[in-house]
Design a binder for this molecule. Structure first.
Ligand SMILES: [Zn+2]
Length: 325
Protein backbone atom coordinates (compact mmCIF):
# COMPACT_ATOMS: atom_id res chain seq x y z
CA UNK A 1 0.00 0.00 0.00
CA UNK A 2 1.02 3.61 -0.40
CA UNK A 3 1.46 5.89 2.60
CA UNK A 4 2.92 9.26 3.47
CA UNK A 5 6.06 8.75 5.58
CA UNK A 6 8.10 11.27 7.59
CA UNK A 7 11.71 10.00 7.93
CA UNK A 8 13.28 13.29 9.07
CA UNK A 9 11.82 16.49 10.50
CA UNK A 10 11.62 19.56 8.29
CA UNK A 11 9.41 21.50 5.89
CA UNK A 12 6.59 20.10 3.77
CA UNK A 13 9.24 18.48 1.52
CA UNK A 14 9.85 15.75 4.13
CA UNK A 15 6.36 14.30 3.47
CA UNK A 16 7.30 11.40 1.16
CA UNK A 17 4.93 8.94 -0.47
CA UNK A 18 6.31 5.39 -0.10
CA UNK A 19 5.18 1.83 -0.63
CA UNK A 20 4.79 -0.02 2.69
CA UNK A 21 3.60 -3.57 3.45
CA UNK A 22 -0.21 -3.63 3.64
CA UNK A 23 -1.14 -4.37 7.29
CA UNK A 24 -3.32 -7.41 8.07
CA UNK A 25 -6.04 -7.32 10.71
CA UNK A 26 -5.49 -9.72 13.63
CA UNK A 27 -8.19 -10.92 16.05
CA UNK A 28 -10.07 -7.96 17.53
CA UNK A 29 -8.83 -5.64 14.79
CA UNK A 30 -10.45 -4.23 11.67
CA UNK A 31 -9.06 -3.07 8.34
CA UNK A 32 -9.98 0.53 7.49
CA UNK A 33 -9.88 1.61 3.85
CA UNK A 34 -8.95 5.24 4.40
CA UNK A 35 -10.90 7.85 2.45
CA UNK A 36 -10.10 11.12 4.26
CA UNK A 37 -7.59 12.48 6.78
CA UNK A 38 -8.26 15.64 8.78
CA UNK A 39 -5.32 17.91 9.66
CA UNK A 40 -4.52 19.36 13.07
CA UNK A 41 -1.72 21.60 14.30
CA UNK A 42 -0.28 18.40 15.74
CA UNK A 43 0.51 17.30 12.15
CA UNK A 44 2.73 20.35 11.75
CA UNK A 45 4.56 19.64 15.06
CA UNK A 46 5.14 16.00 14.05
CA UNK A 47 6.54 17.11 10.69
CA UNK A 48 8.68 19.99 12.01
CA UNK A 49 9.78 18.31 15.22
CA UNK A 50 9.69 19.79 18.72
CA UNK A 51 12.90 20.51 20.64
CA UNK A 52 13.40 17.92 23.39
CA UNK A 53 10.68 15.55 22.11
CA UNK A 54 11.33 12.27 20.27
CA UNK A 55 8.59 11.37 17.77
CA UNK A 56 10.24 8.00 16.95
CA UNK A 57 10.56 8.49 13.20
CA UNK A 58 9.78 7.17 10.68
CA UNK A 59 6.13 8.00 11.21
CA UNK A 60 3.01 7.88 9.04
CA UNK A 61 1.14 11.10 10.01
CA UNK A 62 -2.60 11.66 10.25
CA UNK A 63 -4.58 11.71 13.53
CA UNK A 64 -8.11 12.17 12.19
CA UNK A 65 -9.29 9.43 9.87
CA UNK A 66 -12.49 8.52 8.05
CA UNK A 67 -12.96 5.52 5.80
CA UNK A 68 -14.77 2.22 5.52
CA UNK A 69 -14.73 -1.08 7.40
CA UNK A 70 -16.44 -3.75 5.28
CA UNK A 71 -18.32 -0.99 3.45
CA UNK A 72 -19.55 0.68 6.65
CA UNK A 73 -18.45 4.31 6.99
CA UNK A 74 -16.38 5.00 10.09
CA UNK A 75 -14.26 7.60 11.83
CA UNK A 76 -11.63 6.65 14.42
CA UNK A 77 -10.76 7.44 18.02
CA UNK A 78 -7.60 9.54 17.67
CA UNK A 79 -5.96 8.31 20.91
CA UNK A 80 -5.83 5.44 23.38
CA UNK A 81 -4.06 4.12 26.47
CA UNK A 82 -2.52 0.70 27.23
CA UNK A 83 -5.85 -0.44 28.67
CA UNK A 84 -4.40 -2.19 31.71
CA UNK A 85 -2.55 0.32 33.93
CA UNK A 86 -4.18 1.99 36.95
CA UNK A 87 -4.95 5.16 34.96
CA UNK A 88 -6.54 3.24 32.08
CA UNK A 89 -8.57 1.00 34.40
CA UNK A 90 -9.82 4.20 36.09
CA UNK A 91 -10.88 5.45 32.64
CA UNK A 92 -8.18 8.14 32.51
CA UNK A 93 -6.58 6.98 29.25
CA UNK A 94 -4.89 10.33 28.68
CA UNK A 95 -3.00 9.87 31.98
CA UNK A 96 -1.56 6.54 30.81
CA UNK A 97 2.23 6.61 30.47
CA UNK A 98 1.80 4.66 27.23
CA UNK A 99 -0.86 7.05 25.90
CA UNK A 100 -0.77 7.08 22.11
CA UNK A 101 -2.07 9.61 19.59
CA UNK A 102 -2.60 8.36 16.07
CA UNK A 103 -0.14 10.00 13.69
CA UNK A 104 2.01 11.24 16.60
CA UNK A 105 3.11 8.35 18.79
CA UNK A 106 1.65 5.62 16.55
CA UNK A 107 1.35 5.47 12.77
CA UNK A 108 -1.56 7.48 11.42
CA UNK A 109 -4.08 7.48 8.65
CA UNK A 110 -2.15 9.07 5.76
CA UNK A 111 -2.16 5.67 4.04
CA UNK A 112 -4.40 3.58 1.83
CA UNK A 113 -5.09 1.08 4.61
CA UNK A 114 -4.99 1.24 8.39
CA UNK A 115 -5.52 -1.61 10.86
CA UNK A 116 -7.01 -0.61 14.22
CA UNK A 117 -8.64 -2.31 17.23
CA UNK A 118 -12.38 -2.76 16.69
CA UNK A 119 -12.93 -0.52 19.74
CA UNK A 120 -11.43 2.51 17.93
CA UNK A 121 -14.27 2.67 15.41
CA UNK A 122 -16.94 5.40 15.50
CA UNK A 123 -19.95 5.11 13.13
CA UNK A 124 -20.45 8.03 10.72
CA UNK A 125 -24.08 9.22 10.63
CA UNK A 126 -25.79 9.35 7.23
CA UNK A 127 -25.96 13.16 7.15
CA UNK A 128 -22.16 13.61 7.30
CA UNK A 129 -19.73 13.05 4.44
CA UNK A 130 -16.46 11.23 5.14
CA UNK A 131 -14.63 14.54 4.71
CA UNK A 132 -16.82 16.10 7.41
CA UNK A 133 -16.36 13.10 9.71
CA UNK A 134 -12.56 13.35 9.37
CA UNK A 135 -12.76 16.96 10.54
CA UNK A 136 -14.17 16.00 13.94
CA UNK A 137 -12.53 13.54 16.34
CA UNK A 138 -9.31 15.09 17.68
CA UNK A 139 -10.54 18.68 18.01
CA UNK A 140 -13.91 17.58 19.38
CA UNK A 141 -12.33 15.23 21.93
CA UNK A 142 -9.93 17.97 23.01
CA UNK A 143 -12.73 20.51 23.47
CA UNK A 144 -15.04 18.05 25.22
CA UNK A 145 -12.39 16.98 27.75
CA UNK A 146 -11.32 20.59 28.41
CA UNK A 147 -14.81 21.83 29.11
CA UNK A 148 -16.57 18.86 30.69
CA UNK A 149 -13.78 17.04 32.55
CA UNK A 150 -11.29 19.79 33.39
CA UNK A 151 -13.30 23.03 33.65
CA UNK A 152 -16.51 21.15 34.62
CA UNK A 153 -18.76 23.71 32.93
CA UNK A 154 -22.27 24.18 34.19
CA UNK A 155 -25.43 25.52 32.53
CA UNK A 156 -25.58 29.33 32.54
CA UNK A 157 -21.82 29.87 32.94
CA UNK A 158 -20.00 32.40 30.78
CA UNK A 159 -17.22 30.93 28.61
CA UNK A 160 -14.61 32.76 26.54
CA UNK A 161 -12.96 30.74 23.76
CA UNK A 162 -9.71 32.27 22.50
CA UNK A 163 -9.13 31.59 18.76
CA UNK A 164 -12.77 30.64 18.30
CA UNK A 165 -12.39 29.93 14.57
CA UNK A 166 -9.59 27.39 15.05
CA UNK A 167 -10.19 23.66 14.82
CA UNK A 168 -10.48 23.29 18.60
CA UNK A 169 -12.20 26.70 18.88
CA UNK A 170 -15.22 25.86 16.73
CA UNK A 171 -15.66 22.64 18.73
CA UNK A 172 -15.27 24.37 22.12
CA UNK A 173 -17.91 26.94 21.14
CA UNK A 174 -20.38 24.22 20.18
CA UNK A 175 -19.65 22.03 23.23
CA UNK A 176 -20.14 24.99 25.59
CA UNK A 177 -23.35 26.12 23.86
CA UNK A 178 -24.70 22.57 23.97
CA UNK A 179 -24.06 22.57 27.74
CA UNK A 180 -26.17 25.72 28.09
CA UNK A 181 -23.33 28.22 28.56
CA UNK A 182 -23.16 31.83 27.35
CA UNK A 183 -20.28 31.71 24.88
CA UNK A 184 -17.93 34.43 23.68
CA UNK A 185 -14.99 33.91 21.32
CA UNK A 186 -12.11 35.85 19.81
CA UNK A 187 -10.87 35.87 16.21
CA UNK A 188 -8.63 38.03 14.06
CA UNK A 189 -10.76 38.65 10.95
CA UNK A 190 -14.37 39.64 10.17
CA UNK A 191 -14.81 36.31 8.29
CA UNK A 192 -13.77 34.33 11.35
CA UNK A 193 -15.99 36.42 13.62
CA UNK A 194 -18.90 35.85 11.23
CA UNK A 195 -18.42 32.09 11.55
CA UNK A 196 -18.35 32.39 15.35
CA UNK A 197 -21.61 34.38 15.32
CA UNK A 198 -23.18 31.79 12.98
CA UNK A 199 -22.44 29.11 15.58
CA UNK A 200 -24.37 31.14 18.16
CA UNK A 201 -21.53 32.76 20.13
CA UNK A 202 -20.63 36.44 20.55
CA UNK A 203 -17.46 37.29 18.58
CA UNK A 204 -14.74 39.74 19.57
CA UNK A 205 -11.50 41.00 18.02
CA UNK A 206 -8.47 40.11 20.17
CA UNK A 207 -7.68 43.76 20.90
CA UNK A 208 -11.20 44.67 22.01
CA UNK A 209 -12.62 41.81 24.07
CA UNK A 210 -15.82 43.30 25.48
CA UNK A 211 -16.66 40.57 27.97
CA UNK A 212 -15.55 40.43 31.62
CA UNK A 213 -16.33 38.26 34.65
CA UNK A 214 -15.93 35.08 32.63
CA UNK A 215 -16.28 31.76 34.48
CA UNK A 216 -14.09 29.77 32.09
CA UNK A 217 -11.48 30.71 29.47
CA UNK A 218 -10.47 28.17 26.82
CA UNK A 219 -6.83 28.78 25.87
CA UNK A 220 -4.90 27.27 22.98
CA UNK A 221 -3.08 30.39 21.76
CA UNK A 222 -0.61 30.88 24.63
CA UNK A 223 1.74 33.86 24.69
CA UNK A 224 -0.30 36.29 22.57
CA UNK A 225 -3.58 35.93 24.47
CA UNK A 226 -2.40 35.02 27.98
CA UNK A 227 -2.80 38.50 29.50
CA UNK A 228 -6.26 39.05 28.04
CA UNK A 229 -7.36 35.57 29.17
CA UNK A 230 -6.41 36.29 32.79
CA UNK A 231 -7.98 39.76 32.62
CA UNK A 232 -11.31 38.35 31.42
CA UNK A 233 -11.64 35.82 34.27
CA UNK A 234 -13.92 36.49 37.23
CA UNK A 235 -12.70 35.91 40.79
CA UNK A 236 -12.68 32.14 41.22
CA UNK A 237 -12.63 31.59 37.44
CA UNK A 238 -10.97 28.68 35.64
CA UNK A 239 -8.54 28.86 32.72
CA UNK A 240 -8.17 25.62 30.79
CA UNK A 241 -5.29 25.29 28.33
CA UNK A 242 -4.70 22.67 25.63
CA UNK A 243 -2.09 24.38 23.46
CA UNK A 244 0.23 27.30 22.88
CA UNK A 245 0.32 28.06 19.16
CA UNK A 246 2.02 31.47 19.63
CA UNK A 247 4.47 30.44 22.38
CA UNK A 248 4.51 28.44 25.61
CA UNK A 249 6.43 30.80 27.92
CA UNK A 250 4.09 33.27 29.65
CA UNK A 251 4.39 35.64 32.63
CA UNK A 252 2.38 34.75 35.72
CA UNK A 253 1.69 37.20 38.54
CA UNK A 254 1.12 35.00 41.58
CA UNK A 255 -0.66 37.83 43.42
CA UNK A 256 -3.29 37.89 40.69
CA UNK A 257 -3.51 34.10 40.84
CA UNK A 258 -4.12 33.82 44.59
CA UNK A 259 -6.00 37.08 45.06
CA UNK A 260 -8.49 36.32 42.28
CA UNK A 261 -8.44 32.63 43.29
CA UNK A 262 -7.95 31.50 39.71
CA UNK A 263 -7.63 27.83 38.72
CA UNK A 264 -5.17 27.04 35.91
CA UNK A 265 -6.02 23.71 34.28
CA UNK A 266 -3.99 21.78 31.71
CA UNK A 267 -5.70 19.41 29.29
CA UNK A 268 -4.50 16.96 26.65
CA UNK A 269 -6.80 15.02 24.34
CA UNK A 270 -9.34 13.04 26.40
CA UNK A 271 -10.57 9.61 27.43
CA UNK A 272 -12.38 6.95 25.44
CA UNK A 273 -15.52 7.79 27.44
CA UNK A 274 -15.18 11.47 26.44
CA UNK A 275 -14.89 10.47 22.77
CA UNK A 276 -18.00 8.29 22.98
CA UNK A 277 -20.01 10.99 24.79
CA UNK A 278 -18.90 13.64 22.28
CA UNK A 279 -19.65 11.33 19.33
CA UNK A 280 -23.20 10.84 20.63
CA UNK A 281 -23.63 14.59 20.18
CA UNK A 282 -22.33 14.25 16.61
CA UNK A 283 -24.75 11.41 15.82
CA UNK A 284 -27.58 13.50 17.30
CA UNK A 285 -26.66 16.32 14.89
CA UNK A 286 -25.81 18.66 17.79
CA UNK A 287 -22.16 19.25 16.79
CA UNK A 288 -21.30 20.18 13.23
CA UNK A 289 -17.94 20.07 11.48
CA UNK A 290 -16.61 23.30 9.97
CA UNK A 291 -14.74 22.44 6.77
CA UNK A 292 -12.52 25.13 5.33
CA UNK A 293 -10.77 23.35 2.49
CA UNK A 294 -10.39 19.91 1.00
CA UNK A 295 -6.94 18.96 -0.21
CA UNK A 296 -5.38 15.62 -1.05
CA UNK A 297 -2.79 13.28 0.48
CA UNK A 298 -0.72 13.32 -2.73
CA UNK A 299 -0.33 17.07 -2.11
CA UNK A 300 -0.24 16.96 1.68
CA UNK A 301 2.56 19.53 1.80
CA UNK A 302 0.25 22.15 0.27
CA UNK A 303 -2.35 21.41 2.93
CA UNK A 304 0.33 21.87 5.61
CA UNK A 305 1.28 25.23 4.08
CA UNK A 306 -2.35 26.28 4.21
CA UNK A 307 -2.70 25.21 7.84
CA UNK A 308 0.42 27.15 8.81
CA UNK A 309 -0.80 30.30 7.03
CA UNK A 310 -3.34 30.91 9.85
CA UNK A 311 -5.86 31.88 7.15
CA UNK A 312 -7.78 28.70 7.94
CA UNK A 313 -11.30 28.95 9.36
CA UNK A 314 -12.19 25.54 10.80
CA UNK A 315 -10.57 22.44 9.35
CA UNK A 316 -8.48 21.32 6.40
CA UNK A 317 -9.23 17.73 5.29
CA UNK A 318 -7.32 15.69 2.69
CA UNK A 319 -8.81 13.10 0.40
CA UNK A 320 -6.92 9.80 0.29
CA UNK A 321 -5.85 9.72 -3.37
CA UNK A 322 -2.45 8.02 -2.99
CA UNK A 323 -3.10 5.67 -5.93
CA UNK A 324 -2.80 8.76 -8.13
CA UNK A 325 0.80 9.37 -6.96
ZN1 LIG B 1 -2.60 2.61 30.52
Amino acid sequence: MLAVVIRAHGGPEVLHIESLPTPEAAAGEVRVDVSHVGLNHLDVWVRRGVAGHDFHLPRVPGSDVAGAVDGQRVALHPSWGCGSCAACVAGLHNHCRQFRIRGESADGGAAEVLVVPQTHVLPVPHFLTNAQAAALPLALLTAWHMLHRRAEIRRGERVLVQAGASGVGVMAIQVALLAGCEVHATASSPEKRQLIESLGARAWAYESIGVREVDVVVESVGKDTWASSLRALRWGGRLVCCGATTGAEVPLNLRALFFKQISLLGSTMGTAADMLAAWEAVVAGAIRPILFAEGSLTRLGEAHDLLESRAVIGKVVCEQDLARA
